[in-house]
Design a protein around this ligand. Structure first.
Ligand SMILES: Nc1ncnc2c1ncn2[C@@H]1O[C@H](COP(=O)(O)OP(=O)(O)OP(=O)(O)O)[C@@H](O)[C@H]1O
Ligand SMILES: [Mg+2]
Length: 285
């Protein structure tokens, strides 16, 4: 039996809590988002859903301390692997509990148990368990994780890198990345030629669409930007917003029909609207 069109939804670490604080978690926000996901799943036309969640402060903090993403050459050794993994587990429990409060019960499938990487890149991952979970009408949930790496001992795979891999076998129709910012921001004082924006607040605009034609200019502007966005001190060990855009652009190049956007889960209703196919944030086309 064919399943309904699949949507990948990432609940980013910056949405789950303040990433600079290992203990920060927005349980109420997650509960509200759980309810939004529930109503999107009841709406028509039907969709199937795979959720991914970020590591948040609980995982980024040890990952930064031990330079876990670099594996053994990072110097933190297997203790860094273990501590980062414990942070991931803490986040798993928090997310599952908050979603359960909204009567949403995804099935947690930890990447560490299946992914094999080499020098920071995912090489193999048997996705038949995820596929079977979807076929059973359930919601598989994956997350950014520490994984075994045949070149450097271990590494960290972001949710975006995992989505990038899963796109090939699961063929989603849509990817929605929800974090604490309403899309990709630009400073109003340095507009980029060929980029349409909508004003957000004093001095800051949200890019409507990133295309192959304006991508390089946007990337340059993002790297130079002095605007403070979202969380004050950004803790991200896997490349942050620039990497998010790169991953979505790469997936789009391979699958031109794939709809992808970056939204803020802090805006009530945005997750539900995006799951239903509406444009609310920055589209990567
Ligand atoms: N030009 C920009 N526009 C918007 N956000 C930006 C920009 N440059 C940097 N950022 C930062 O990128 C962050 C989002 O990337 P981040 O990787 O932290 O997201 P996440 O997916 O929520 O977290 P995680 O990767 O831990 O799951 C925002 O909180 C913001 O601080
Ligand atoms: Mg990130």
């Amino acid at each position: 039996m064919k399943r309904p069109p699949l949507v990948f939804l990432k609940l980013g670490g910056s949405l789950l809590g303040d990433k600079s604080k290992p203990r920060s978690f927005r349980a109420k926000t997650l509960g509200r988002i759980g309810a939004e996901i529930g109503s999107a799943l009841k709406a028509s036309p039907p969709i199937s859903l795979l959720i991914g969640h970020g590591g948040g402060g609980a995982a980024h903090y040890p990952a930064k301390t031990y330079r876990t993403r670099d594996g053994l050459p990072g110097g933190g050794g297997w203790r860094g692997f273990a501590e980062t993994r414990r942070g991931v587990l803490t986040m798993n429990t928090r997310v599952l509990k908050a979603l359960a409060g909204a009567d949403l019960h995804p099935i947690l499938i930890p990447p560490v148990a299946g992914v094999l990487a080499r020098n920071g890149k995912i090489k193999t991952w048997d996705t038949s368990v995820i596929e079977a979970t979807l076929k059973a009408g359930q919601i598989p949930m994956i997350h950014g994780d520490v994984v075994i790496d045949k070149g450097q001992g271990f590494t960290i795979c972001s949710t975006e890198a995992l989505f990038d891999f899963l796109v090939e076998s699961l063929e989603p129709a849509r990817i929605v990345l929800a974090s604490d910012v309403e899309g990709v921001y630009l400073e109003s004082s340095s507009p980029v030629v060929g980029v349409e924006t909508r004003p957000l607040r004093q001095g800051v605009e949200v890019i409507k669409t990133i295309t192959p034609a304006n991508r390089t200019a946007v990337r340059r502007a993002m790297k130079q930007s002095g605007v403070k966005h979202g969380s004050k001190r950004v803790y991200d060990v896997t490349g942050g917003m620039v990497a998010k855009v790169e991953h979505l652009a790469a997936m789009n190049r391979r699958h031109p029909k794939l709809e992808t956007q970056i939204i803020s889960g802090l805006v009530p209703g945005a997750v539900e609207a995006a799951l239903r196919g509406e444009t609310v944030g920055t589209v990567i086309a």
